[in-house]
Design a binder for this molecule. Structure first.
Ligand code: GLU
Length: 324
């Protein structure tokens, strides 16, 4: 038995890809007899919107994805995040970084030219700054982010879907220059606080996991297990996104497709129902076998997001010359 969770960021409405991942996270948890918890990852005050929080909860309920206990709001967890940061700082695991985004990009380009350097890695510019150099930068008004000393070590784990995955850990940010705790820090602290035993999420987040496991190790927290599930693609083969048309449950309703029909579509994509078979989420729990989960991304059948495809066509059709 493992408690699971879904942890969306309320920067936009959930799209069909997010909702299918939520269904999978719920199926993994319920199949194992575990609880299923929700966490709203609203740490970023600029991109988080209250209306998206409400629509997310409505959309999950409309699909029959229920949850246990109160919904955690990450923005209310600041003290716990700060306590974890204080612990990392106290053990000397971190250092302030004064680099601007532009400097980091320039350094990363230079580092990428060095043999065996991971392309994404922070070049370590501020790693060895002494206290005088730091004081000078602070006096010059430069704000600092906080980085953890990853040092380029390799960190591997066994994913229930992907198998063995090894990632390199650079000196990544644990507190942003605007003071907001970074995702890779907050997710570890909050998964632990919620008692999450298995993290199920989209495989676009696979490369964040070694970093998160590293933080868990530094904080002495037990590591959850992981299952990174394949994403949903648009018919063009691109990862599903807002620009692909009628991608939300509300868009689908406007096209005349009910949440139950969307759920049935998901179930078919997972090999859990026949085409057109009406299903309830709860019926899928028994049918779900995590070991049989399709390993490939699911390409939405043609026409599902056709609402915007036609408005796209309208926009791109050249105007007729005026009839005089
Ligand atoms: N909040 C993240 C997102 O919406 C997901 C975090 C996670 O599942 O670990 O992409």
């Amino acid at each position: 038995m493992a408690d699971g969770r879904f942890a969306p960021s309320p920067s936009a409405r959930l799209h069909l890809g997010n909702l299918r991942t939520a269904l999978l996270a719920w199926l993994f948890a319920r199949r194992s007899g575990g609880r299923f918890l929700l966490r709203i990852e609203d740490l970023d005050p600029v991109s988080s919107r209250a209306e998206h929080v409400a629509s997310m909860l409505d959309d999950l309920a409309a699909l029959g994805i229920d949850h246990d206990g109160p919904v955690m709001r990450q923005s209310e967890r600041r003290n716990a995040h700060e306590a974890a940061l204080a612990e990392l700082i106290a053990t000397g695991a971190t250092y302030p970084c004064f680099c601007t985004r532009r400097e980091i990009l320039a350094d990363a380009e230079a580092a990428a030219r060095a043999p065996h350097a991971p392309a994404f890695a922070y070049a370590g510019t501020c790693r060895e700054l002494d206290s005088r150099a730091r004081a000078e930068l602070e006096a010059a008004g430069r704000r600092s982010a906080l980085r953890v000393r990853g040092g380029g070590r390799s960190f591997g784990f066994d994913d229930a879907v992907v198998g063995r995955y090894d990632g390199l850990i650079d000196d990544f940010v644990v507190r942003r220059a605007d003071g907001v705790p970074a995702y890779n820090l907050a997710v570890v602290v909050d998964d632990h606080a919620q008692g999450i035993g298995q993290v199920v999420r989209g495989d676009d987040l696979l490369d964040t996991t070694p970093r998160q496991l590293f933080i868990a190790e530094l904080l002495g927290l037990p590591a959850p297990s992981h299952a990174h599930v394949p994403l949903v693609l648009d018919v063009s083969g691109e990862r599903l996104a807002k620009r692909h048309g009628a991608v939300t449950l509300a868009d689908q309703a406007a096209l005349g497709r009910s949440p139950a029909e969307v759920l049935s579509l998901f179930a078919v994509s997972l090999g859990l129902a026949e085409v057109g078979e009406p299903v309830r989420a709860i019926d899928l729990v028994e049918r779900f076998d995590p070991t049989q989960l399709p390993r490939q991304p699911w390409t939405l059948p043609a026409g599902i997001t056709a609402g915007a495809a036609s408005s796209e066509r309208l926009r791109t059709t050249p105007l007729e010359p005026p009839q005089l």
